[in-house]
Write a protein that binds this ligand. Structure first.
Ligand code: ADP
Length: 410
């Protein structure tokens, strides 16, 4: 079964085509700068020997419809294509950012689902509209394929009320759905399943803390396989320090910025989401550059790394308290998988909790799942590469095979 996974942003479409039965990725890439003067389409196909070849097309991509059509043309290209006909694609798996409280799992898309995603636009005004555009465009280009929505928020819907309710007037939750939702759910779910496989035990028996450190960053506390808390909130701004997002700040900070610096809500939104985090503290949001600067003696970079890792460490302690016992700590995504310095700093001094890192194992390069605690350690500290697209493809296959009717919670 061939499944196309797409992640539609306001000016981009990321895609991967999977042959899920044979556990193979056939092609993938991204159409960027859609609607801008000149767009870029980067297409990578995976050759039968496992190597890949990449081609880049530059030029106007007027809208998402044209973008997806161009992607399809590359997939079915008579010379370099990976499939003969678009009809071979049985389903499209869409990444949808905000499912609100309506979606606790993956669903087949129908009119009711689209209406419920539209209802959540106020919660994710930047993400849900382009996700809906992706669904609409894919529906017109693939009229015979099933369309499936996989929500970033769904994995966190098991979080109990004591952890998701903000201590503000209850009506804000009851009428306006203001609460903690959490994001990166697909990644937290994927790496926790991978961890269970590594442990050789059912996920339902395990307590885990998963730490996703990409450009965005979040942690999840997983008790007996179910998420019970997460660091992001109603929006992805809360929690850990990120590339350009502040993570947790005093909730009164926006009033200070408005009253003393004359900033508008839009300015404040921009500062906290785009100009803060690593970038705000030391001028770059790219962790590789921050570490390089620190190695060259840049003090601001050094303190930025300390703030970044201190926040992770603080949440490890908090989630240890929430879970009461811990089997595994999982680092994932660009930084979690590739920055031993951050892993070391975040876990420093936690041996009383059974969390220890073996310096040699931590610094050893590798690609797959790696255990970086010393042998015999109480808590396994794992590095697990995330693969949100693969998880979306598998979820898509699972729901279309089981023909689960959308369950929408109201
Ligand atoms: P996204 O959220 O965009 O998917 P990624 O998971 O790709 O992000 O993570 C991007 C981050 O990972 C960047 O800050 C990048 O600098 C960092 N990163 C990638 N490789 C390394 C590396 N070898 N060492 C340190 N940081 C790395």
């Amino acid at each position: 079964m061939k499944i196309l996974v797409i992640n539609t942003g306001s000016s981009s479409i990321k895609y991967e085509l999977f042959d899920v039965d044979n556990h193979k990725i056939l092609a993938g890439g991204m159409a960027e700068k859609i609607g801008e003067e000149s767009g870029i389409l980067t297409h990578k196909r995976i050759l039968p020997n496992g190597e890949s070849s990449e081609e880049v097309e530059e030029g106007l991509i007027s809208d998402h419809h044209e973008g997806l059509n161009r992607i399809v043309a590359l997939l079915v290209d008579p010379v370099n294509g990976v499939i003969a006909d678009k009809g071979e694609i049985s389903a499209i798996g869409h990444r949808v950012v905000h499912g609100g409280e309506a979606f606790h799992s993956t669903v087949i898309i129908d009119d009711e689902v689209i209406a419920a995603v539209k209802e959540n636009i106020s919660l994710a005004p930047l993400h849900n509209p382009p996700n809906l555009t992706g669904i609409e465009v894919a529906g017109s280009i693939f009229p015979d394929a099933q369309q499936v929505a996989v929500f970033d928020t769904a994995f966190h819907q098991t979080i109990p009320m004591r952890a998701f309710l903000y201590a503000i007037p209850y009506e804000m939750y009851a009428r306006h759905k203001v609460r903690r939702y959490g994001f990166h759910g697909t990644s937290h779910a994927y790496v926790s399943e991978q961890a269970a496989e590594y442990f050789g035990r059912p996920l339902g028996e395990l307590n885990l803390i998963t730490i996703h450190l990409g450009n965005g960053a979040s942690m999840a506390a997983i008790q007996a396989g179910k998420c019970v808390d997460t660091t992001m909130g109603m929006t992805p701004l809360a929690g850990l320090v990120m590339g350009t997002r502040s993570g947790d700040v005093d909730p009164a900070l926006p009033f200070f910025l408005a009253d003393n610096l004359g900033m508008t809500p839009k300015d404040i939104d921009n500062i906290l989401n785009k100009e803060s985090g690593l970038k705000g503290m030391c001028g770059t949001n790219d962790m590789r550059e921050v570490i390089e600067k620190k190695d060259e003696g840049d003090e601001q970079a050094e303190i930025a790394l300390e703030v970044y890792s201190y926040r992770i460490k603080k949440y490890i302690g908090a989630y240890f308290a929430v879970l009461e016992s811990l089997d595994g700590l999982v680092f994932t995504a660009g930084i979690g998988e590739n920055a031993p310095y951050i892993r070391e700093l975040s876990c420093k001094g936690l041996n009383r909790l059974g969390i220890e890192i073996d310096p040699e194992r931590n610094n050893r390069a590798g690609n797959g799942i790696r255990e970086i605690n010393p042998p015999g350690s109480e808590v396994k500290v794992l590095v697990i590469p995330t693969n949100e697209e693969l998880k979306i493809a598998r979820e898509t296959k699972r729901v279309i095979e089981s023909k689960i009717k959308a369950r929408i919670f109201t």
